[in-house]
Write a protein that binds this ligand. Sequence first.
Ligand code: F6R
Length: 652
Amino acid sequence: MMTTMEKETTTLRMTKNQWSALESTKFEKIHSDVFADSADAAKAVAHEIAALIRYKSGRNQKCVLGLATGSSPIKVYKELVRMHREEGLSFKNVVCFNLDEYYGLGKDDVQSYVYFMHDHLFNHVDILPENINIPDGTVPYNQVINYCAYYEDKIDSLGGLDFQLLGIGRTGHIGFNEPGSKENSTTRMVTLDYLTRLDNAFAFDSMNEVPKKAITMGVGTILKASRIVIMAWGLKKAEIVERTVEGAPSPDIPAAFLQSHNDVTFVMDTLAASDLTRFKTPWLVGDTVWTQEVARKAVTWLSDRLNKSILKLTDRDYNDNGMSELLIERSAYDVNIAMFNYFQHTITGWPGGKPNADDSQRPERAQPAKKRVIIFSPHPDDDVISMGGTFLRLIEQGHEVHVAYQTSGNIAVSDHEALLYAEFAQQLTGFLSDEKDSNAALFDKAIKLLSGKKQYKVVPEEIRKIKALIRRGEAVSACRYYGLPDSQVHYLDMPFYETGKIEKAPISKADVKLVQNLIEEIKPHQIYAAGDLADPHGTHKVCFDAITMALKGLKGKEAIKDCWMWLYRGAWHEYPIHEIEMAVPLSPDQLLRKREAIFRHQSQKDGVMFQGEDSREFWQRAEDRNKETAAKYNELGLSEYEAIEAFKRYQF
Ligand code: F6R
């Protein structure tokens, strides 16, 4: 039975028994609630917190919340702020305890968590300042132990945490409890894992500046909370989510200790949930809806699992692995041949269609033989990183190719790189003319700004301008290397990106209009766009939305009446093999040319600022990924290629 409070505050709850009775979740040891969209998920979490605050306030009780920082809770805080402004949600009875803080950072450091919490929540609601508790990163070293005991006692003295909000790190950390943390650990000083520092490096100038230590509540402190909600968004969390929810609890994955708590919900979006058994291999947990796509997914999985090419799979293989339903009307032999042919037909060396050829089994139409193509590139290098080989083929096969760089990409240029160019330009101006031209003032100011050690909340326009120019120069250089005329290179500089911060503005009509105007001007037969929704700061998703909104606006119009759209994935992940609808093979030579084009993006080499989750340079990731796709095709029993670029058609 639920208590009154549970009833009133429940939005995400399901009792352990209810949920473990479901066949599809039989491998899951933490109740997991999966939302199609992280924004809706964050709202559900915020509403549960709001209900709890109101419940406690109605009884004149304090509501003790444990709060987290990082990218995961941002939308939760946004919704709470909205509810405060629009629905009168008051935080007067709320006492907050934050999970953690970097050791060495204080409230004036823009990367500190005390700054983050005020920026995202506390400055916008009516919480009493004395009710805000965040571990103090400036406590002298010899007082840390006492300070941590005091923090722990303070939570206990208020009766413990009513609710704890958590994100999860890719190391499996909660708070900053890195692998090795014990189940009964308390608030203490810890050393941050390399991967955690890498993930958080985007907020600092370089990896070296990310603090090595932090103060964090312990796993035991967290487990004492009455109710826990942990969140994860995006593909990059999928693997650790699966290990946390389905794996065995151990200090290797501190988050998995949550399995022992009896009121915890893991809230995630479909991307973060994608490695859970019920989504990854639904045929292993019960009834499967056998769509064509699920069948393809299952067959590629079976081939991989048994290390057999498709044509070697037997009836027994299907039956032993939960896939017997696929054989109700046909034998394994027939299913295998149909699957093999499907994958075979995705392969083409003619991404723009093969002129004068039968196109009934090809991914693209033969007509018109010469197509007008727009490659939309969210950042100035996604075009060559993600589809450099296909880009080159389209040009060589005589299509009219246009590239549209959707954003300036200025945030990803380091200060030292910008300083180099600004000083060069300043000296060149002085060298070429005695009179100071109008740009000289810009260079002077930018050099001054770049030379200081100041941390900017908003990067000044002078710096952004120089950084944007650097990226433009690199992008056009790569296009020229491929032989593309400058007139076919378009810079959209979409305004949503120009905040001077990592956090971007919401998409606006002006963004969509820029995309729409270009489509109307070119009247493309093919559009290529980044369908990759896993980039670290969400820029690809906004750029993709701008294209789909523009296409909606152009519905029925001449400009798109004969247009197909192909999606590529950005630097972070490739499409799973069963989702690929066009596979363009690259020869060793073409792969090298792609590498050269990526090299033109000098500012993104040698210590990329926003690498996301992996430390390889972009050209290495691109090559590894394209080679891996080729190897997977080969393992399915298809021809052996050096590398393959993959695309999926988007129907609009
Ligand atoms: C933050 C914290 C961390 C983060 C985790 C996930 O206070 O303690 O455990 O929750 O690193 O970070 P994001 O949400 O940025 O992926």
